[in-house]
Design a protein around this ligand. Structure first.
Ligand code: ZN
Length: 149
């Protein structure tokens, strides 16, 4: 049985998949990283423009399933203006939420709580977390491609 709140979350995810926010190349990006989820075929390139310690702008390109595209879209919208340290903390929370379904994390994560249901679908966890692993690589300026495998 799907609860009302879960239906709402699905609508948010479908909306972001249909019209992804922050989609495209970012001119003047200070770092970029590529991510690939071979299990599902999701691919993305993430562009980040740092201003000191603050994420001034962030965009992505790529293609994949609805969960992966919506996750990248919502992540970029959520992280704009956050510091690197804040982004890392949010990454940890998000990762814990999608792997264990912790409710406390969902409350803290506001809009990103849309992905809390993903924890019940192990195959989808990698789709939801691909953009986050790629973000981590971009922030740490890692050169090699991120793979969820
Ligand atoms: Zn996927």
């Amino acid at each position: 049985m799907i609860s009302e709140i879960e239906e709402l979350y699905q609508e948010v995810i479908l909306d972001h998949n249909k019209s992804p926010r922050n989609f495209g190349i970012l001119a003047g990006a200070t770092s970029k990283a590529e991510g690939y989820n071979p299990l599902c075929g999701d691919r993305l390139t993430l562009y980040v423009k740092m201003d000191g310690d603050v994420i001034r702008d962030i965009r992505f390109q790529g293609s994949g399933c609805a969960i992966s595209v919506a996750s990248a879209s919502m992540m970029t919208a959520y992280l704009k203006g956050k510091t690197k340290a804040e982004a890392q903390k949010i990454f940890e929370r998000f990762h814990r939420m999608v792997t264990t379904g912790t409710n406390g994390d969902a409350e803290e994560l506001e809009s990103l709580a849309a992905f809390s249901g993903v924890s019940r679908f192990p195959v989808r966890i990698k789709c939801a977390s691909l953009s986050w692993h790629t973000l981590k690589a971009a922030l740490e300026k890692k050169k090699e491609m991120v793979s969820t495998e």
